[in-house]
Design a protein around this ligand. Structure first.
Ligand code: GLN
Length: 249
């Protein structure tokens, strides 16, 4: 485990819609609660990604900010290696930036970093609202909740797996899946911030970077999680027993 975890926030001025900067705060808080020293490393526009980062975060962004971020990342000779090899969470515009290519509002295709085996087209209509998904492949993460506001889709190639199956909301498109897992990279359309609403996902990233962590319960976070799940998916009370309890390893 590194002496101090570097939580790298990529271009917070460009990529941080809907409070996605809170993902970094969630990681710092949950690391400190386990006595794991961690520090925030914001990367300003025009600066290269640092080599010493342990967890990389890319937030959402409006279309124009996203295009600028794409140009900057493609010009940073280190970005592909760092974002493809370290634990990383990419949200919404961040997901699209890590794809092979993504479409803009006029349907023009732009290259992404190609870290994820994903291509991003456009939905017929903007997807806005609450989302609930059931993680497909992460046994340590229970039902996920978040908020989506995007036009982009995500078509996964054979190298990528979906993060979750959609219970409520749109997610990657019309095929019932949300987000991407590829190696130690997680990508999602969920805002919230997603790591505040879903502390087990924050712990999954921290564990990828720092190894197994002691359990940490935060009653207020669990109350918020339950409230959001109930608001997004009222049918949930029928399934409560199966969904509510976070599994701990
Ligand atoms: N501009 C992108 C889209 O609409 C990303 C939006 C976002 O990050 N919230 O798909």
């Amino acid at each position: 485990m590194p002496e101090e975890l570097g939580i790298v926030q990529v271009y917070p001025e460009l990529l941080g819609t809907y409070g996605d900067g809170g993902n970094a705060l969630a990681l710092l808080h949950r690391a400190a609660a386990r006595g794991v020293p961690a520090r925030l490393v914001p990367v300003a526009v025009g600066k290269p990604l640092p080599r010493e980062g342990d967890i990389f975060l890319l937030g959402g962004g409006e279309d124009s900010a996203q295009l600028l971020a794409a140009r900057l990342l493609l010009a940073d000779g280190r970005a592909h290696t760092m974002l493809g090899s370290r634990p990383c969470l990419a949200v919404c515009a961040g997901l699209q930036l890590l794809s092979h290519h993504f479409d803009d509002a006029d349907g023009r295709s732009h290259p992404g970093l190609g870290v994820l085996d994903v291509t991003c087209g456009r939905l017929a209509r903007r997807a806005v609202g609450e989302v609930v998904t059931e993680p497909a492949d992460l046994p340590d993460v229970p039902t996920l909740t978040g908020f989506e506001n995007h036009r982009g889709t995500a078509e996964l190639g054979p190298g990528a797996r979906p993060l979750g199956r959609v219970i409520t909301g749109t997610g990657n498109g019309d095929h019932g899946w949300e987000g991407v897992v590829q190696g130690v990279t997680l990508a999602t359309y969920l805002h919230g911030p997603v790591l505040v609403r879903n502390p087990a996902l924050a712990d999954h990233l921290l564990t990828s970077a720092a190894g197994k962590l002691p359990a940490y319960d935060d009653a207020e976070v669990e109350r918020l999680r339950t409230e959001r799940l109930d608001a997004a998916d009222p049918r949930r009370h029928f399934r409560r027993g199966r969904h509510l309890v976070a599994r701990r390893g």
